[in-house]
Write a protein that binds this ligand. Structure first.
Ligand code: ATP
Ligand code: MG
Length: 218
């Protein structure tokens, strides 16, 4: 099992108490892809951040690649095993596209491979943008850079929050096929939050998050 989350609870106190996750459990195998759907504001990004060790649950346990989440293990789990595509991209504006996608290697103190980075950029039609500062990109270009940045380290688990939210149909399909080909050919695991039914259907299982509960779609 690549990811096992048991009974995850999360409440936000500001400005009033809202129970966002009420005992969410989820298991993901190696080579498995999972789509999470649900209305805006139901807590999909919150859940993904918690599964990705970026945010802390109030209660519950998470283990990733056999390692139990703890405040001490979170950083290592994240660097070593997880690639995260943020809904709001989170690129470093003043760094170039290539610098952005090589950043995870630098942070993880692994050798960065610019040639590999350029190959990824070519694959998602971004080669001419390699030396542009990220702040000059369009929304869809930023989204594709964010996807590449999540993949360059070859993480075991890819967590992608609306990875096609800003893309035209052609690029959305390319991104969908790219993610799913990594799952099938390289046995990566994928959790995808999406409003796009076509993208969700590419995954092995579809879940809906509603009123704090995650349930498999029939
Ligand atoms: N740090 C926070 N403090 C207080 N409330 C928060 C915080 N983060 C998120 N929320 C609230 O929790 C709810 C769920 O937010 P979240 O971003 O997880 O939803 P979502 O399902 O990803 O929505 P969308 O589909 O619009 O991206 C929202 O009502 C949001 O305002
Ligand atoms: Mg969201």
């Amino acid at each position: 099992m690549i990811l096992e989350a048991r009974e995850i609870w999360k409440t936000f106190q500001t400005p009033e108490r809202v129970d966002i996750l009420k005992g969410v459990s989820l298991s993901v195998d190696r080579g498995e892809s999972i789509a999470i759907c649900g209305r805006s504001g139901e807590g999909k990004s919150t859940l993904l951040h918690i599964l990705g060790t970026l945010e802390k649950a109030d209660r519950g346990d998470i283990s990733i690649c056999g390692k139990e989440w703890s405040p001490r293990s979170a950083h290592e789990i994240r660097n070593r095993h997880i690639g995260f595509v943020f809904q709001s991209y989170n690129l470093l504006d003043d760094f170039t596209v290539l610098e952005n996608i090589l950043m995870p290697a630098r942070i993880g103190r692994r050798p960065a491979d610019p040639a590999q980075g350029l190959l990824w950029l070519k694959r998602l039609d971004l080669l001419e943008r390699a030396h542009f500062p990220a702040k000059l990109l369009s929304g869809g270009e930023k989204q594709r850079v964010a996807i590449i940045r999540a993949l360059v380290n070859s993480p075991d688990l890819i967590l992608a929050d609306e990875p096609s939210g800003n893309l035209d149909r052609t690029h959305a399909e390319e991104v969908g096929h790219l993610l799913l080909s990594l799952v099938r050919e390289e046995k990566k695991s994928l959790i995808l939050v999406t409003h796009d039914p076509a993208l969700a259907r590419l995954c092995d299982k579809i879940y809906t998050l509603s009123e704090g509960h995650l349930t498999p779609n029939p």
